[in-house]
Design a protein around this ligand. Sequence first.
Ligand code: EPU
Length: 423
Amino acid sequence: MDRLLISGGVVLQGELRASGAKNSALKMLAAALLADEPVIISNVPHLRDITTMIELLGSLGVEVVIDEKMNIEIHANTIKSFKAPYDLVKTMRASFNVLGPLLAHYGQAEVSLPGGCAIGPRPVDQHLRGLEALGARIEMEDGYVKATTNGRLKGGHVYFDFSTVGGTEHIMMTATLAEGTTVMENCAREPEIVDLADFLNAMGARVEGAGTDTITIHGVESLHGCTHRVIADRVETGTYLIAAAASGGRIKIRDANPEHLEVVLEKLREAGAQLTLTADTIELDMQGRRPRAVSLVTAPYPGFPTDLQAQMIALNCVAEGTGTIKETIFENRFMHVHEMNRMGARIRLEGNNTTAIVEGVPRLTGAPVMANDLRASVSLVIAGLVADGDTIVDRIYHIDRGYEQVEEKLQNLGANIRRLGAE
Ligand code: EPU
C-alpha cells in the first residue's frame, strides 16, 4: 500500500487549479443511465472513486469513452445488465445511486446494499422510501435491493426526515422519468445537487428548485444527450486553503467557486487569513502568521461542511488559543484526533465523541500515522506539513479516492512530500 512521506515545516506558497467536484461527477455518471443518447461530462477529476463508478457502468455493459482531458462520454443504450454487484458497491457508497436511474429507465435494478463505512453506519432508508413513493416495488434479497416497477414510475410526494445529500440526488434523478410531477420537501441544498439538476435539465429533464428545500420535478418520457461541465470541488479547494492557512502561507486557487465556500472563508478570516476573491479565484494570505483557533459546528449546506472538519482540526492543532469543533452529520468522524494526538496535538473528545476541543500548540512532531477515511487521511497530511520532522501517512488509497494529484499539487506549493511504495 502506498504511503506519503512529508517533511514538515514549509510555509505553503504558490498557485494551483481546483479540480472538478468528485461528489457532483459521481452522481452524474449514475444519472447518465437515464439518457437515450450519449452524454459528455467534462472537468471530471481523475480519481479512484470515479474509476470505480466507470468500472460499475462497464460491468453493466455501458460503453464509456474517456479522452486525455477526462471528458467522459457515456452511451447508456449499450446496457446489458441491471445488477450492481457487492464488490463494486462496497468500495464506494455513491454507486448505490445507480439503483433509481436503472429502475426509472429500464424498469428493473438489483443493487447491493452498501453496508456501513468508516465514518458511521450510513443507512439508505431515505433513498428507499423515496423510491417507494414513486411506485417502486422494493425487496431485499441476499444483501441486494431488488427494485421493479409496473410500467413507468409515478410522480409522488417525498418528505425527507432530515437533510440527505445522496437521498435528495437519488430521488431527484429518478423522478425525471416518472409520469407526472414529484415534489420533494426538506431537501438538502448542497451545490452538487444544483449541479446535478443543471445536468439533468441539460438532458431535457424539468427540475425546479434545486438549491432550496423544495424541489419539483415534472417527469418527461425520455432524456436526450448533452454536454455538461462539472463545478469546482469546494472540498478540495477548502482543503488547500486550510493547509496553506495552517502553515502561515499564501496561495491562490484558480477555477474555484468562492460562493460555495462562504462559511469556510469566514472561518479562515477568523483564523487570521486575508482573502481576495474574484468570481473564480481565491487568494489567501496569512502574512507568515500563526493561525488563531476557530470554533465551529458542522451542518448541512450552507453550514460548515463535515468534509472539511478534520482539516480544520489540523489547523486548530497549531493555532493560537483553543477551538471547539462539533460534528453533527456523521457519528464516527474523529478518527484523525487520536493520530494527531500521537503527533503532539492536544485534543480531547467530549459529548459522547461528538465534540473535539483543540488546544493549539506551536508545532506538532512528525510520526507514522494512518486513517480509514478520505478526509481524515488528508487532515493527517496537513498535520504532517506543520510538524517538525518526518510524517509517514499510511493507507493513502483513501486520499487517492478524492484528491487529484495530491502530492504534485502540494509540491507546487513548496511542500516536501513524496509517495513511497509499499513497505
Ligand atoms: N442518512 C440516513 N439515511 C439515509 C441517508 C443518510 O440515516 O437514507 C444519514 C447518514 O448516515 C448521515 C446523514 O444522514 O449521518 C447525512 O448523509 P447524506 O445522505 O447527506 O450523505 P451522503 O449522501 O451519504 C454525501 C457525500 C459525503 C458528505 C455528505 C454530507 C457523496 C458521494 N458523498 O454523502 O462526502 O460528507 O454528503 O455532506 O456525495 C466525502 O466526500 O468524503 C464524503 C463522505
